[in-house]
Design a protein around this ligand. Structure first.
Ligand SMILES: NC(=O)c1ccc[n+]([C@@H]2O[C@H](COP(=O)([O-])OP(=O)(O)OC[C@H]3O[C@@H](n4cnc5c(N)ncnc54)[C@H](OP(=O)(O)O)[C@@H]3O)[C@@H](O)[C@H]2O)c1
Length: 256
């Protein structure tokens, strides 16, 4: 029986580093990657054992999510693999039409909907669609962990600066959706752990326009963050506690 890692939002630079790292360092792990797009060439060239990477396209509609869950089940059965880690990377901060709000006058209905959709609604729907599969697949087996890529800025208690309304609030919503589903999952699937993970400022397209103010030594590479995330996942698998935790790249706890 081999081990499997599922990475959703796999175009994420952090997600790509995670995939490359798992395939390079865990010789028996199978990785399933789910994304709106095809596997980027930059990742394909880093993955030497391509038989251990299954890339699935998904437009994140309910129909395609259900289909992907079924395909994941079939693949794990075919590979005789057990899922140990499920990581949801999706997150959106800016694009050609969206930038984080500085003042409440900047709030825009469509932007709020769009940011909440990709940062909170889509991850929560994955937790919904995977529930039946996880219950059947994991029952009585070794612990597994679900992680969402959150952000410290989503901590309500830690909000001393204000601004970035949509992104900040969508990550707070993501955290609450995760914590609430962890409580429900715990009743029927105590083998499952839940983490909201803060990667720290990482050199990816998401943070590119905002990197100038990052203090020296605090802009991380995706490879460094992928290693931190894998360490946090291992720690979560080793403890018996099943309630969700909000944890930073260095293992420190963040107040919800
Ligand atoms: N970089 C940082 O400094 C930083 C700091 C704190 C938290 N984070 C969080 O870390 C996670 C990974 O970010 P990254 O830095 O690796 O960024 P990235 O390379 O820009 O990745 C973007 C991610 O968001 C998804 N995405 C983008 N637009 C979307 C849309 N319209 N609908 C659904 N999904 C969409 C992509 O999924 P597809 O594979 O489907 O394209 C991909 O998973 C995010 O949740 C981000 O909020 C990053």
């Amino acid at each position: 029986m081999s081990d499997a890692v599922l990475v959703i939002g796999a175009q994420s630079e952090i997600g790509q580093s995670l995939i490359a790292k798992v395939i390079a360092e865990e010789k028996t792990s199978q990785v399933i990657a789910i994304s709106r797009s095809d596997c980027p060439n930059s990742l394909a060239s880093r993955v030497l054992d391509e038989a251990r990477l299954a890339w699935m396209r998904c437009d994140y509609s309910d129909e395609q999510m259900k289909d992907v869950v079924e395909r994941c089940g079939a693949l794990l059965a075919e590979k005789n693999a057990t899922l140990s880690r499920l990581i949801i990377c999706n997150g959106r901060l800016h694009d050609s039409t969206i930038s984080p709000e500085k003042r409440i006058e900047d709030l825009d209905r469509d932007t709020l909907h769009a940011i909440f959709e990709s940062n909170a609604v889509i991850p929560a729907l994955w937790l919904k669609h995977f529930k039946g599969f996880l219950k059947a697949h994991l029952k009585g087996r070794i612990p597994a962990v679900v992680a969402v890529l959150s952000a410290r800025i989503g901590s309500i208690e830690d909000n001393g600066k204000g601004g970035w309304y949509a992104y900040r609030a969508s990550k707070a919503a993501l955290n609450m959706l995760l914590k609430t589903s962890a409580i429900e999952y715990q009743r029927s699937l105590p083998e499952l752990r839940f983490i909201a993970f803060h990667p720290g400022t990482t050199d990816t397209p998401l943070s590119k326009p905002f990197q100038r103010s990052v203090p020296e030594g605090r802009l991380f590479t995706p490879d460094f963050v992928a290693a931190s995330l894998l360490a946090r996942l291992s720690e979560a698998l080793a403890v018996s506690r099943t309630s969700a935790s909000f944890v930073a790249w260095d293992g420190s706890q963040i107040p919800w």
